[in-house]
Design a protein around this ligand. Sequence first.
Ligand code: PLP
Length: 359
Amino acid sequence: MEQVSERLQRLEESATIVMAQKSRELKARGLNVIDLSLGEPDFLTPAHICAAAKRAIDEGYHHYPPVAGYPDLRAAISEKFQHENGLDYAPEQIVVSTGAKQSLANIMLSILNEGDEVIVPAPYWVSYSAQIKMAGANLRPVSAGIESDFKISPEQLRATITAKSRIFLFSSPCNPTGSVYSPSELEALASVLREYPRILIVSDEIYEHINFSGRHHSIGSLPGLDNRVITVNGVSKGYAMTGWRLGYMGAPLWVAKACTKMQGQFTSGANSIAQRAALEALTGDLKPTHKMREAFRKRRDLMIEKLSIIEGMQVNVPQGAFYLFPDVHAFLGKSYKASRWPQSMNWHSSSLKRRWYPQ
Ligand code: PLP
């Protein structure tokens, strides 16, 4: 009988991965596809990080690593958190995983019970909802529109909290809006959360290094949230290392132990070579990262300029990540003639115009 588990039936397929697969197929058929599905830098991993990986192979890092990560990498992450983010996590509180995605899955599966609620500002990264559902919990979205730069207010947060609330999960800089919570906005959210000690805070900071607003701020550095904040990060976005699959978290010790137990039964720990490369990424030269950030900022400015030409299109100015989340309400239910496409948008080939914008 071909019958998958109820758990799997509950699980949504990753929409971005489905779209990426589709675009690969179309490209293989010779079509000119602009793939905007997976959020990944188009740059190659910086040379000094690749060199560290090659060294690791030569030095014999060929065996199972410790489940939570090599001690020197966990120590380097603990130090990075302290010096760059003002976060206090001892090395035992660090868990290295196969991408931040696995860090998040570990957290959801280790902490949530059936019926628990996870509060998430919307719009949110699609995997959040799938992982929460897989853990048997319910996602409680708090919607924020373009008029508030897609950021929620402390009043909205307070109004969403119930006796079942277990986790508040958010990303700043945010996928998919690029919004960045300022220190005072983080403090306003923290002032509500301090009143509800049962709620753990999961701060997804994977876009830390792609921040155009100046210094990155971590909610875990604010006072009065001791032992409640789990900070998730990784090397995918800031160091162009999506394929290496390496993420990490700093967490209260009991959460770190729980996630280590969980991952011990899934992956036995993150890839040894990727861990050595991550150590170099986190302790080495940040110039390539800053160069990439500057390129992303220029592309953001170009996209805003071009999209703003379209009458009715509303665009905010994302302060981080590499996403734009234009408000297209004005166009819903309307059709558009290809012949009226503005000249300034002519990076589309005419065949694409015909295909995607039927008359
Ligand atoms: N968190 C957010 C908000 C993301 O956008 C992504 C990737 O797109 C991840 C986590 C996962 O990152 P990783 O490649 O480290 O698994």
